[in-house]
Design a protein around this ligand. Structure first.
Ligand SMILES: [Zn+2]
Ligand SMILES: [Zn+2]
Length: 307
């Protein structure tokens, strides 16, 4: 099975503290490295996680509040200094392109690599990237400005072949790929043999859903339903729920409720307001657990396996 894991680089909220950096996460799938959000300090965190900047091929930016992208121009600049030539794919709201271009122009920098920019503007979920193993879909969120989460999921897994049955029915080689993806087989006598005769069910396609920042939003449930792992922001505790509502953020209990209704396997929480201290961590967990049990804090530099 391919490696599929998430390393938390930053899980703080708007203001950096001595303990927490703003949002950034690295998703590794096999030998592919995807970065989600790029708050200040992401470069140093990547160094601590011992990940080469050059390996990152795709960057997804949820929204243009500074705590989610103020590290990006610095990272792009370092990639340039390190001699990157491979295309870098960037998915973000349109204004980010202008911001990057202005900064590069002001420093008279001509990048050695192409920045391939995909503008995210839709209020509906859309497929924005796919390769043979993975798909990335947006998760439109509810925040003060246009914001997307991202659902990274494996493409449907092939069914597992029962070799002895293929032999018994003399299935020609060129038919096997179709059978792996559920096709029935018609014998030379015209008899249809159902797919289940040849195959075992496939392994479940694993998926990771990233949702930051957002007010409580039930509309995301069908998009993230059954995800293997969900990261959902929990900026506030229940005692500050009025503030959560006002600032379009979520409480721990609300994130737990979304995880429960979406029937995800595991929930990671973070983006706690800087008003709380580490002593409040147990309260965050306790409030989530009123709704959903399998929860962990997205601690920085910790790696979580999706599966
Ligand atoms: Zn934020
Ligand atoms: Zn925000």
């Amino acid at each position: 099975m391919n490696t599929f894991e998430v390393t938390i680089l930053g899980s703080g909220s708007a203001l950096p503290t001595l303990k927490k950096r703003p949002t950034s996460q690295l998703v590794q799938y096999s030998n592919k490295y995807l970065l989600i959000d790029c708050g200040e300090g992401t470069q140093v965190q990547l160094r601590k996680a011992k990940v080469s900047y050059i390996k990152i091929s795709h960057i997804f930016i949820s929204h243009l509040h500074g705590d989610h992208y103020f590290g990006l121009v610095g990272l792009i600049s370092s990639m340039h200094l390190l001699g990157r030539v491979a295309d870098l794919y960037l998915y973000a709201p349109a204004e980010l392109k202008e911001i990057i271009n202005l900064q590069l122009r002001a420093s008279n920098t001509q990048l050695r690599f192409n920045l391939v920019f995909t503008e995210l503007a839709s209020k509906e979920t859309e497929l924005i990237y796919e390769n043979k193993d993975l798909e990335v879909h947006t998760i439109p969120l509810k925040h003060k400005i246009l914001t997307n989460g991202f659902l990274i999921k494996e493409t449907p897994r092939p069914r597992k072949i029962k070799a002895e049955k293929l032999k018994f029915y003399e299935v020609p080689h060129y038919k096997i790929d179709g059978i792996k993806f559920g096709e029935d087989f018609v014998t030379s006598e015209g008899e249809t043999v159902p797919n289940e005769k040849f195959t075992f069910p496939p392994e479940k396609a694993r998926s990771y859903a990233f949702c930051s920042d957002t007010a409580y939003r039930e509309k995301i449930i069908p998009i993230i339903k059954g995800a293997t792992m969900l990261y959902h922001e929990t900026t506030f505790l229940e005692r500050d729920s009025a503030l959560a509502k006002k600032t379009f953020h979520s409480t721990a209990k609300q994130a737990g409720s979304i995880a429960k209704q979406s029937e995800v396997g595991k929930l990671l929480i973070g983006h706690f307001s800087a008003r709380y201290t580490e002593n409040d961590n147990t309260q965050f967990i306790a409030e989530v657990k009123q709704e959903f049990q399998n929860v962990e804090i997205a601690e920085e530099l910790q790696t979580f396996e999706v599966g």
